[in-house]
Design a protein around this ligand. Structure first.
Ligand code: IMP
Length: 196
């Protein structure tokens, strides 16, 4: 069976992709290959970070590998928080602080100028070949939080195509069907399954 490393230990992301690829490909986590390294993630673009992580595993373990990086790009903030989305509020993975900072910076900005998108880039290294896949979802940043599902910036992000709810007011299934990560992952899986 083809084996491929997903350079993450995020159980949710691993479950999601394992469910999609089924038995056809064995997707290994960093824990599965005994990698406890603090993998660098210091590029200033999503593409750069995704590639650094995949390249690190490929170079060290000689295995085919993919890695993802996601950012929220807010037009009125010149594309911020972008590649700094996880630690925008100053503390890594503190979603409340991250949302507080976004809402404070957008105070007084009218709804039509609160446009934003989530963008995911997946970098795949197979042998000597690098391929990237992108997924995007366009939306608006609301003035306050709505909903309790999901994670990260979900309570303040209203995807245009869903007609009203924020990501945090949708089921995981509804969100995955239109989300940045769902779309990038679908492209990756089509490539992997097609190339078997
Ligand atoms: P990562 O590259 O998947 O680790 O995402 C970086 C950061 O972007 C996360 O820490 C979250 O703050 C934010 N983020 C990524 N995906 C989502 C999402 O689906 N909803 C809300 N926030 C997200």
């Amino acid at each position: 069976m083809k084996q491929i490393v997903f350079a993450t230990n995020n159980a949710h992301k691993l479950d999601e992709i394992r469910q999609i690829v089924g038995d056809s490909i064995q997707v290994l986590s960093l824990a599965d290959i005994d990698c406890n390294d603090d993998i660098p993630e210091d590029a200033d673009t999503l593409d750069g970070n995704a590639l650094i992580k995949a390249q690190y595993i490929h170079d060290k373990y000689g295995m085919d590998c993919f890695s993802d990086d996601t950012g929220l790009e807010i037009d009125a903030l010149g594309g911020e928080p972008g590649v700094y989305s996880a630690r925008y509020g100053g503390v890594a993975h503190d979603s409340e602080r991250n949302m507080d900072k976004v809402l404070a910076k957008l105070e007084g900005v009218p709804m039509e100028q609160r446009t934003a998108r989530f963008r995911t880039v997946i970098a795949l290294i197979e042998g000597d070949t690098v391929t990237t896949f992108e997924g995007k979802v366009e939306g608006h940043i609301l003035t306050e939080r709505h909903g309790t599902e999901g994670f990260g910036y979900d309570p303040i992000f209203q995807p245009n195509e869903a007609g009203g709810p924020t990501f945090a007011e949708m089921t995981a299934q509804q969100k995955n069907a239109i989300s940045h990560r769902g779309r990038a992952t679908a492209k990756l899986v089509a490539h992997l399954l097609g190339a078997r």
